[in-house]
Design a protein around this ligand. Structure first.
Ligand SMILES: [Zn+2]
Ligand SMILES: [Zn+2]
Length: 287
């Protein structure tokens, strides 16, 4: 299994020379299974250059798009995803609709047509199928894509969000973003429950949007975590590699570097031997 990051910025895209190291596109990660299937995690603006690359492969594409939730930074690139405009291609879209009576298609369709975009979602040529899959809405069974099993868990996030654990050949890759590990909400999922889900993962990609100071003074309850909380989760779950993700638009390259350094020190203090990196555009990790 190989994961490649196409967009790692949370909330809104950024550009400029202060952001060239980690990149400014919003969330999109490509996962290629060893059995050949193409998985795409979220459809932020990073999905546009991924689409350009896929078009150059010049073949019929069978794609699996796994959405964490419908917030704009996770769906806003989809109208510009060129493979969706080719009728021979097909896309299976997975996610939790969160609201009874809705489908996961709503995450993508509501930003298209009407006064928002010149093309209607229903008018896209590529064939689409939907899998409303989620721990929250009662369909908590794992799903199978190729030879991989995909598990999910609900996150602590306003409006809901879900994480995915992709397991193939005993290797596990966890995509856990838009998750507030320290949430004080009465129905919040605990750090221990997330640690159980992440136990011994080879790679854990986690939302590390804030510094502990930002969190303590301003951003509690906004649905995101600090790098310190990520380090505690990684240590508790004994994961092998922790990837800091969903970088704040206010954090330039220097700020992200500083957060990474502090996370590595914390992991050592906590007795974890986890390798730690910050996600950046173009970075690939092979499991
Ligand atoms: Zn987000
Ligand atoms: Zn969100």
């Amino acid at each position: 299994m190989k994961a490649t990051f196409w967009g790692v910025r949370g909330s809104i895209p950024v550009s400029g020379k202060k952001y060239v190291k980690y990149g400014g596109s919003t969330l999109c990660t490509e996962v290629r299974l060893d059995s050949g299937e193409l998985l795409i995690l979220d459809a932020g603006t990073g999905i546009r250059p991924l689409g350009v690359k896929l078009m150059k492969e010049n073949r019929v594409l069978h794609m699996h798009l796994l959405l964490s939730h419908g917030h704009m930074d996770h769906v806003q690139g989809f109208p510009f995803f060129a493979p969706a405009y080719i009728h021979k291609n097909d896309i299976t879209i997975y996610g939790c609709p969160q609201v009874p009576g809705r489908t996961v298609a709503d995450f993508l369709s509501r930003q298209m047509g009407d006064v928002y975009f010149p093309v209607e979602f229903d008018g896209l040529p590529a064939r689409r199928e939907y899998v409303n899959h989620c721990a929250i809405c009662g369909n908590s069974d794992s799903i199978k894509i190729g030879k991989a099993r995909i598990f999910s868990i609900g996150n602590n996030h306003p409006g809901g969000s879900i994480s995915y654990k992709i397991v193939e050949k005993k290797k596990s890759f966890i995509y856990m973003t838009d998750n507030e590990l320290g949430s004080a909400a009465p129905d919040a999922t605990s750090m221990e429950t997330f640690a159980e889900f992440c136990k011994h993962a080879d790679i854990l990609v986690h939302d590390a949007q804030y510094t502990p100071r930002e969190y303590a003074t301003r951003t509690k309850g906004w649905g995101h975590s600090t790098y310190e909380q990520c380090a505690r989760l990684a240590a508790m779950a004994q994961v092998k590699t922790l990837v800091l993700f969903h970088h704040d638009p206010e954090h330039d390259d220097r700020a992200v570097d500083a957060m990474l350094d502090k996370t590595r020190i914390l992991l050592k203090k906590l007795g974890s031997r986890a390798h730690c990196v910050s996600a950046r555009e173009g970075m690939s990790l092979t499991l």
